[in-house]
Design a protein around this ligand. Structure first.
Ligand SMILES: Cc1cc2nc3c(=O)[nH]c(=O)nc-3n(C[C@H](O)[C@H](O)[C@H](O)COP(=O)(O)O)c2cc1C
Length: 348
């Protein structure tokens, strides 16, 4: 199945502009069929991947990262592919166009992407309706909604509207390419204010996604936020291993990296986060995972889950089933019974 994608379909998709190909993929994922025929069901030993992250029971630690299905349009198809969870969003309080095109670029030789989307969103009302509809259907994967907002009040509005229809919320703390004022929730005081407001009313697990850092001062700041998230009882945290790169072919002249090229930094980031959180809250690995061996390395470094986006673009619809199968093989090769045994080996 994945050979069909990489040898036949991907070359066709890659003839299209990247954003158009992304839109086409989402259209095909709007319904369960034909994805319900996918190979994921045939992965044997799947029960060995069962795990718990931040209070969420997951069939697999492998998740889909925010940004592929920004407006919760493709959940019926995505739900058939073998992911333990699907992150929709980022959902913004009002409809928002994002940055000018071109804002997505493929780097095929590196199996990577550069994007400067700038959080386009159909907006809260639109996404809430679709999430509400999907929540009434039987489903395999957990659904996490990434919400992002310019201020605490509109965060709370989004939170109240979306939380009843999903399994968990991920608080996004401003997109790196957001050109209209960014970074305000990366200051410890406003971050604390946001956490207190949300944690006081939440009924479901809350995750936080913080921006990657670009220098030592930012690194210290991000690790301070990880400490605050742990202190206030957030359920999990993620920080992608990505960075900004200059690229004249993109409308802003730069883009945020994702894909294979960022995996080493993702691993380093997990170790740094684990050094602060020490297993007290979950870590979601985010950035550059393409294989079960890489997922294994991320879990062994301290992550509770591993989420992907760019490998779905390069490897196709079978990527989750493939990583799940390879992760089981990676457990076998180390004589480990299951993912929980791997996690139990981490230092407290
Ligand atoms: C096309 C694209 C759109 C994205 N949109 C969002 C977004 O809306 N919100 C967000 O928090 N992250 C977004 N991201 C970042 C991803 O969630 C993830 O952190 C990043 O792609 C690294 O993971 P990967 O290497 O597996 O792709 C986006 C990434 C890409 C490539």
């Amino acid at each position: 199945m994945s050979a069909l994608y990489t040898s036949a379909l991907r070359p066709l998709m890659f003839c299209m502009p990247p954003e158009a190909a992304h839109d086409l993929a989402k259209i095909t994922l709007r319904s369960r069929f034909p994805w319900s025929l996918a190979k994921m069901r045939k992965v044997t030993g799947l029960e060995r991947l069962r795990c718990k992250a931040g209070g969420l029971e997951l069939a697999s630690p492998l998740g889909l990262a925010a940004g592929f299905d920004k407006n919760a349009e493709a959940l019926p198809g995505l739900d058939q592919l073998g992911f333990g969870y699907l992150t929709v969003g980022s959902i913004l309080p009002s409809p928002r166009a994002g940055n000018r095109k071109p804002r997505l670029l493929r780097l095929p030789e590196k199996e990577s992407l550069l994007n400067c989307y700038g959080l386009p969103s159909a907006g809260l009302d639109d996404c809430a309706v679709r999430l509400e509809r999907f929540s009434r259907q039987p489903r395999r994967s957990r659904v996490i909604a990434n919400i992002d907002s310019p201020d605490v009040d509109s965060y709370m509005r989004s939170f109240r509207r979306i939380e009843p229809h999903v399994d968990a919320i991920e608080i996004g703390t401003q997109c790196p390419n957001n050109t209209d004022g960014h970074g305000e929730f990366h200051a410890a005081t406003s971050f604390e204010q946001l956490l207190k407001a949300i944690l006081a009313v939440r009924r479901k697990p809350v995750f936080v996604k913080i921006l990657p850092y670009a220098n030592e001062t930012e690194r210290q700041g991000r690790l301070e936020l990880a400490g605050l998230a742990t202190h206030y009882g957030v359920d999990g945290i993620t920080m992608p291993g990505s960075w900004r790169e200059q690229e004249p072919r993109l409308s802003l002249g730069y883009g945020q990296t994702s894909g294979h090229m960022i995996f080493p930094r993702t691993l380093a980031t997990i170790r740094e986060l684990y050094g602060v959180t020490r297993g007290r809250i979950a870590i979601k690995a985010n950035g550059g995972v393409f294989t079960g061996e890489e997922a294994f390395q991320a879990l062994a470094a301290g992550a509770d889950t591993v989420e992907v986006l760019t490998s779905l673009v390069y490897r196709g619809w079978n990527v989750a089933a493939q990583i799940n199968a390879e992760l089981i093989a990676a457990l076998d090769s180390r004589g480990l019974r299951d993912v929980r045994e791997l996690r139990a080996q981490l230092p407290a």
